[in-house]
Design a binder for this molecule. Structure first.
Ligand code: ADP
Length: 587
């Protein structure tokens, strides 16, 4: 996050009055709300969050130990902004968009020192710019004026910034330029470069928000199959420690069919983020075979970094996501975990001695969360194209108790809820997403896509599976009281079908080469195979074959191997025909 070099500060410096953790109070500072300021002799980056008379309160994005009263505070007069342009992809940033690798080089250590600034994108690198407009064309804010091959897989579209006027193109350049060199000039005297700055707290403008109708295909059976999310949708993944939030987020970041992934590690333990930072650069994008990082931007604010920067990392992430949306891309943003952000809000709020709301969280918790998720959506863009931001936030409720304020407030906002379950995780049922508690409000609006692109009867087959799982949940209660053998045979059979649904279909091993990603067509065929067993078995039962005998058909255990079958089409065809002939031979 740079303050433009030309910011010659004219504002008067203030003086630190008091320091309370990440919250610093300064006197005599001429500042507006949300101005970025440099605090203390070391110039730590902070943001104005409250002004009362002569006193300005600042949340500081860097460690404040040793900073004390009397030290100066300098106002930049600019809001917290991100640098946008080629170079954002394949980058790893801290919470205020300082590239970790550049900082590491500067500091000679992986531990960030204080007061070190580095721009979010490199101002020296030259990029190959090709204009897509020519002199005489008229352009408006948001219009694409040229292209840059940013990474192996992503073409960066250079746009007229949304806060420009636009006009007629008077000249264009083609060739190698740094991000701050003019590449297109307009008759309004506006010069377009490959660099935009945007204040993180302000949503980038778009024309209209539309109803999303295309799924973000995740390759995870339980998500695509039962609880799909739309491109432009919102989802929460709440779950207690160890239930699989991180693995689920990683799976989405790796496999979801988004053009761009922005991964925000917010306040999680350093080793989890290290895993991401080490893993991701080695992974291939399954859609293109190119390195996964070439469509990814990582923002890492680990638990040992200052809490105030948790907020800035969330806003930095969503602003970068919107910027690529504006190019017409489908962007997926993962935030792990929004609870750590909420905890940061709580800490800052308590230091401000604000009136606490539920469980000590500030009264504006709900508003802040909804402001964040509101920025997701499928949009008609200023330039008439379409683009989307899908926002997926992990929530870590203490003790896994979903009634706590962060989970509850998130639930009111998001339309997809993937409830992770400690019991399932303990039983090693992964992904441990509870199918009875989870939901997706996108199902219906995505059905036409699934009918057209996967199978005409997708919604019906899914409904069948949901019904069986519901029935199982009811029957389980009885089984716990009287035992399975006391149930009538048809109900015993339903339990058997449900068991295959759970074990052969819902379970999916993120660490198995084949099983880690499941094409929706395979998801559908696997479900159909279990349904074939269901249909054949109930007919046999009706013909008088006892349940035990039906269950003994040799082919059945092969249902559990569908998930890992590479040639799944042949495997499932053969399996279905074996199930059919074996069960039919029983009567
Ligand atoms: P959390 O982030 O909720 O604390 P993790 O995502 O780190 O939990 O998951 C804890 C462990 O559960 C993982 O290390 C892994 O062993 C197992 N696990 C979670 N999801 C899966 C999955 N889809 N497939 C296989 N193992 C999983």
């Amino acid at each position: 996050m740079s303050q433009a070099e030309d910011t010659q500060t004219v504002d008067e410096d203030g003086v630190i009055e008091s320091v309370s953790g990440p919250v610093v109070t300064a006197a005599d500072l001429d500042a507006r709300m949300n101005d970025v300021v440099y605090v203390g002799d070391e110039g730590l980056m902070g943001e104005v969050i409250e002004i009362e008379g002569n006193l300005t309160t600042i949340q500081v994005y860097e460690e404040t130990s040793g900073v004390g009263p009397g030290e100066p505070v300098e106002n930049t007069g600019e809001p917290l902004s991100v640098d946008l342009g080629p170079g954002v992809l394949d980058a790893i940033y801290d919470g205020v968009q300082r590239p970790l690798d550049v900082l590491e080089e500067k500091m000679g250590t992986a531990f960030l020192d204080r007061g070190v600034d580095a721009p979010g994108i490199d101002f020296e690198t030259e990029w190959e710019f090709t204009p897509t407009v020519e002199a005489g064309d008229s352009v408006e804010p948001g219009d694409v004026v040229g292209e840059v091959p940013e990474t192996e897989s992503i073409t960066h579209r250079v746009m007229v910034p949304p806060d420009y006027e636009g006009g007629e193109v008077t000249s264009t350049e083609s060739g190698s330029f740094t991000v701050d060199e003019t590449v297109v000039e307009l008759d309004s005297d506006e010069a377009i470069t490959m660099h935009q700055e945007w204040p993180v707290r302000e949503a980038r403008p778009a024309d209209t928000k539309e109803t999303p109708t295309i799924p973000l295909v995740s390759g995870q059976r339980i998500l695509d199959g039962l609880f799909p999310i739309a491109k432009g949708g919102t989802a929460a993944i709440p779950g207690p420690f160890g239930s699989g939030k991180t693995v689920t987020q990683h799976q989405l970041a790796k496999w979801a069919d988004a053009d761009i992934v922005v991964y925000v590690g917010c306040g999680e333990r350093g080793n989890e983020m290290t895993e991401v930072i080490e893993d991701f650069p080695e992974l291939e994008d399954p859609q293109t075979g190119k390195p996964l990082m070439s469509r990814t931007c990582l923002i890492a604010n680990t638990s040992n970094m200052p809490v105030a920067a948790r907020e800035s990392c969330i806003y930095t992430g969503i602003t970068i996501a919107e910027y690529f949306r504006d190019m017409g891309y489908d962007v997926a943003l993962m935030a792990d975990s929004t609870s750590r952000w909420a905890e940061a809000m709580r800490e800052i709020s308590s230091r401000l001695e604000e009136m606490p709301g539920e469980e000590g969280y500030p009264a504006y918790l709900a508003a802040s969360l909804s402001e964040f998720y509101e920025r997701a959506g499928k949009f008609q863009l200023l330039n008439g194209d379409e683009g989307s931001v899908t926002a997926i936030g992990a929530v870590s409720p203490p003790g896994g108790d979903f009634s706590e304020p962060v989970t509850q407030n998130t639930l009111r906002i998001v339309k997809t809820f993937w409830a992770l379950d400690a019991d399932l995780a303990e039983r090693r049922h992964f992904p441990s997403i509870n199918w009875n508690e989870s939901y997706s409000l996108y199902r219906q609006q995505l059905d036409p896509w699934f009918r057209d692109n996967v199978a005409e009867d997708w919604p019906e087959v899914r409904q069948w599976a949901i019904d069986v799982l519901d029935e199982e949940a009811e029957l389980q209660e009885i089984v716990q009281l009287v035992g399975k053998d006391a149930l009538p045979e048809d109900q015993q059979l339903t339990l058997e079908v449900a068991r295959y649904l759970r074990e052969a279909w819902l379970q999916q091993n993120a660490f198995h080469d084949v099983d880690t990603y499941c094409d929706p067509k395979k998801t559908y065929r696997m479900l159909q195979a279990i349904r074939t067993f269901n249909d054949e078995a109930f007919e046999a039962l009706e013909a008088g074959v006892p349940v035990e005998e039906i269950q003994e058909a040799d082919a059945l255990p092969r249902l559990n191997r569908m998930a890992t079958a590479e040639e799944w089409n042949e495997f499932i065809d053969e399996l279905e025909s074996d199930i059919e002939s074996q069960i039919r031979s029983q009567y």
